[in-house]
Design a protein around this ligand. Structure first.
Ligand code: TXA
Ligand code: MG
Length: 340
């Protein structure tokens, strides 16, 4: 299959490109599109055979459920059997945006979407291209991140093409995504909201709106969020996460691996970096956490594509967006050094 990459203005998407994407979705085909978090791989959520293609193309385990994307907040009622008051409080405040709510599913949702669970994850994205595509297609759009399963989520159309080129008909290229980590997934099926995945809406922001939020993996957690059991964001290279504030620790780790003859890449936060040997590939990310989150997956991919054996990456504080960043880094890492 030939994959077409169609450029599209991220703020004012051209009707023609949107119409092409919507026609494919209505025909049961897959379309990759930008959201404010990462690129998604969309299918008509109401057509089981379209949804099955997502799992085939990504190489995704069938029991890992998909997020259903809507463009109109009122459509939540058609997808969820029960919508608690907290859901409306949250959607008023955070939709459209990077918050996914897990609710009891309605009979409208095919079991393929939810991996057989009795719950459904729903989000209304904030990206104009995503919203226009969903609206024009006239259907709820099931969409995981548009990467091959186990790879970092794509933040550019080029990342999507590299992972899924030849397997899908269309990528809408709206440029790099704004947030860079995926949406926050919040389970509202119990008495207290449970944070299943930290993401673009921070824990602090959620707590300010709904009060206490459970973090700890509770009884049955794995069953409730099957995705968290898989090793996500796993670069091909071995990834070493460096924690703690001791200056120079990351560099020591780099030098030790170099001494052992490894090709090493370093993801460094934009503060003082001692000169490294020229054979180290260094990706410098902004010091501010929003900039760090925006660039992280691209940096992991770039080092991987450069063929390094080891990626050394410095951890961040777990405040705000830092909680989502550290979640992804811990999943990517095969080794953690330093810290308390
Ligand atoms: O930002 C995002 O959320 C992106 C964009 C494309 O919207 N999508 C995304 O989808 O990250 P995906 O499939 O890569 O991650 C969805 C996560 C998985 O961890 C999955 O297990 C969880 O949401 N999930 C989906 N449905 C669920 C459900 N019914 N109960 C619990 N967890 C669910
Ligand atoms: Mg994903």
């Amino acid at each position: 299959m030939k994959t077409r990459v169609v450029p599209i203005n991220p703020r004012r998407p051209a009707a023609r490109a949107i119409a092409q994407g919507a026609a494919l979705l209505r025909a049961g085909e897959l379309v990759a599109f930008p959201t404010e978090t990462v690129y998604g791989l969309g299918a008509d959520a109401l057509r089981p055979e379209a949804v099955q293609k997502i799992f085939q193309v990504k190489g995704r385990p069938l029991d890992n459920p998909l997020i259903v994307h809507i463009a109109d907040r009122d459509h939540l009622r058609q997808l969820a059997r029960k919508v608690p008051p907290a859901a409306f409080t949250l959607t008023d405040r955070f939709w459209p945006g990077p918050l996914t709510l897990v609710l009891p599913r309605s009979a409208a949702i095919p079991p393929e979407v939810t991996g057989g669970l009795e719950t459904v994850a729903v989000r209304m994205p904030a990206h104009p291209v995503a919203l226009a595509l969903i609206r024009e297609s006239g259907v709820p759009v099931a969409a995981p991140s548009a990467n091959r399963s186990g790879r970092p989520s794509p933040t550019t159309a080029a990342h999507v093409l590299r992972d899924l080129g030849g397997r899908i008909p269309l990528i809408l290229d709206g440029g790099p995504t704004e947030i860079g980590v995926e949406s926050t997934v919040l389970d509202l099926t119990g008495p207290t909201p449970v944070l299943l995945r930290p993401g673009g809406v921070t824990l602090e922001e959620l707590q300010a709106v709904v009060g206490p939020v459970d973090l700890k993996p509770v009884e049955g957690f794995r069953r409730r969020s099957p995705g968290t059991r898989y090793r996500h964001y796993r670069p091909r290279a071995r990834t070493v996460l460096v924690l703690g504030s001791r200056p120079g620790l990351a560099q020591e780790v780099v030098e030790a691996h170099q001494a052992a003859g490894k090709k090493v890449g370093l993801i460094h936060r934009g503060r003082h970096l001692r000169a490294t040997s020229s054979s180290v590939l260094v990706k410098v990310l902004p010091k501010d956490i929003a900039g760090y989150a925006r660039g992280l997956f691209a940096a992991l991919r770039a080092l991987d594509d450069a063929g390094v054996d080891i990626i050394v990456v410095e951890g961040v504080s777990e405040q705000g967006l830092g909680l989502a960043v550290m979640d992804r880094l811990r999943r990517a890492a095969s080794e953690v050094v330093g810290g308390t």
